[in-house]
Design a protein. Structure first.
Ligand SMILES: Nc1ncnc2c1ncn2[C@@H]1O[C@H](COP(=O)(O)OP(=O)(O)OP(=O)(O)O)[C@@H](O)[C@H]1O
Ligand SMILES: [Mg+2]
Length: 191
């Protein structure tokens, strides 16, 4: 029984991930091409992207004291990619800088669709943006606002089916809720 359920879940998850990747790729998004799917074993064989994780690139720049504003173009494309995905009604679920690859020609690619889904609920889109912003803020401390600005510019350009400003308001709500919870936690520890 347990095994059956496990297998069913694995099949569902693998199918979900592969279907979303294939659909987004067919719409011209920078997602690795799916080459083969072994549903029973939960394996997706995909195109190999030769490059570095965006996180690793950023970390390298930070440690060599390089000005991170050189990432503004890259972050514009990151925002544009996420906006296009949301515009099609999908959310990624974990679009942090660890799930973007910058290839050898400086093009960005989005990977890891294990938590992705289809939803027209803007809250899901706001969570994506929130996770992306947080992943940058925890890595770098300078120029963060400029990089976020580039993301928002790209996002605004590609998110056509819904008012992107409304999504940004929801991002702010999520952020405030997070702060509120943190504050409550601190109060609790003091008590
Ligand atoms: N198409 C690809 N081309 C090149 N490298 C890839 C590709 N897909 C994944 N990787 C590499 O494998 C790592 C893990 O892949 P992925 O993010 O999809 O899985 P994960 O479940 O997040 O695993 P992890 O817990 O290691 O982050 C990525 O961080 C990246 O380095
Ligand atoms: Mg990952």
């Amino acid at each position: 029984m347990h095994n059956d359920l496990d297998k069913k879940l694995r099949i569902e998850r693998t199918l979900n991930e592969a279907k979303i990747m294939i659909h987004l790729r067919s719409q011209g998004l920078p997602v690795p091409a799916v080459l083969d799917v072994d549903i029973g074993n939960g394996i997706i064989v995909m195109e190999w992207i030769d490059g570095d994780l965006l996180r690793d690139r950023l970390l390298r720049s930070v440690s060599s004291r390089e000005n991170v504003s050189i990432y503004r173009d890259i972050f514009y494309f990151v925002g544009e990619t996420l906006g296009k995905i949301h515009d099609l009604g999908y959310y990624h679920g974990d679009p942090t800088v660890s799930n973007f690859i910058v290839d050898t020609t400086n093009r960005i690619w989005l990977i890891d669709f294990g938590l992705a889904g289809y939803s027209r609920d803007p809250e899901e889109w706001a969570v994506d943006l929130h996770l992306l912003f947080r992943s940058i803020e925890t890595l770098i401390h300078e120029e963060v606002e400029k990089l976020k600005e580039s993301i928002i510019k790209g996002y605004a350009e590609s998110m056509k089916s819904f008012n992107y400003k409304r999504v940004l308001e929801l991002v702010e709500d999520i952020r405030l809720r997070g702060r509120y919870i943190e504050k409550r936690r601190k109060i609790k520890t003091v008590w």
